[in-house]
Write a new protein. Structure first.
Ligand code: PAF
Length: 296
């Protein structure tokens, strides 16, 4: 496994190995603190492309809360070991200056519209602007054929899809299923900050999502959502910031289940001091596959 800190060296290497053409590069951007979710992206990339590049960069511009940034877990040595074991080919670990040369914080001129203003965006002002800024920069450096993202960050997937479409970036977006702990908790780098009690409470987020999906055929969606919000509110460790169903891809509001309308049910909550997000896909037939998000 090759590790690069400089973009020019990474680009030179990728050009060299593709001297004869015919290679395809899969890219898995991360902020480190890797877990099974990231590693599943590596293995999907390995199956679908010839060279898998992962990046580790904790991007300060996407944190609207400086405490969150300061507390973000850093474990580079362990991450490198995990990537090596997962068979990752190349790791890019740029410095801040490498990603933002000469200290520029130039934001991308792109109106994200609805997906950039609701739910996560409303709760974390500036977050998605920071995400598209860094993802655009990383895509420009790595120039992958396929970009692999996890469905757990559903709104992020929609926003990045919009970025790709808007700038007509020559990259295909692949979205992989959320990887869950055995009890249903969506894997996240933030889970390691939960204490034992909070970890127990955190299970309730995915339970609420699955409960709603399971009971949709017998109960009204908005009623189910309200009930689950009330139930979650009885846990003093949990503070729900939203639990909402939206139309898939456009993320338009939706509170009645219309036939065959593919929906995503999203939740964000603070469990103790740790903010967690999760989502599941729903359709009235409940047989939906993850769509490839194109234009949003
Ligand atoms: O999902 C993440 O870890 C980050 O938002 C990403 C895509 C690596 C950009 O910093």
């Amino acid at each position: 496994m090759k590790v690069f800190q400089k973009s020019t060296e990474l680009q030179k290497y990728l050009l060299e190995i593709n001297e004869l053409g015919g290679k395809s590069v899969g890219f898995v951007p991360t902020m480190g603190a890797l877990h099974e979710g990231h590693l599943s992206l590596i293995s999907i990339s390995k199956a679908k492309t010839t060279t898998t590049v992962a990046s580790i960069f904790v991007n300060p511009t996407q944190f609207n809360d400086i405490n969150d940034f300061n507390k973000y877990p850093i474990q580079i040595d362990l991450d490198l070991e995990l990537l090596l074991n997962a068979g990752c080919d190349v790791v890019f670990i740029p410095s801040f200056e490498e990603v933002y040369p000469a200290g520029t914080f130039e934001k991308i001129d792109l109106d994200l519209g609805r997906v950039g203003s609701i739910l996560e965006a409303a709760n974390r002002p500036g977050h998605f602007e920071g995400v598209i800024q860094v993802v655009k920069r990383l895509l420009d450096i790595v120039q992958p054929d396929v970009l692999f993202l996890g469905q757990k960050d559903y709104q992020q997937c929609c926003v990045i899809s919009k970025l790709i479409t808007h700038f007509q970036l020559p990259v295909k977006l692949e979205i992989a299923d959320t990887v869950r702990e055995i009890d249903g908790l969506a894997m996240s780098s933030r889970n390691m900050r939960l204490n034992t009690q909070e970890r127990q409470s955190a299970i309730k987020l995915s339970k609420a999502l699955f409960h709603i999906r399971e009971h949709l055929h017998e109960q009204d969606l908005s009623e189910l959502i309200l009930e689950q919000k009330e139930l979650l509110a009885t846990d003093p460790l949990i503070h729900v910031s939203y639990l909402e169903a939206v139309k898939q891809v456009s993320m338009e509001p939706l509170d009645i289940l219309k036939n065959n309308t593919p929906m995503t049910l999203l939740i964000a909550a603070k469990v103790g001091e740790v903010r967690l997000i999760d989502n599941i896909l729903i359709s009235s037939s409940q047989t939906l596959k993850i769509p490839e998000i194109k234009e949003v």
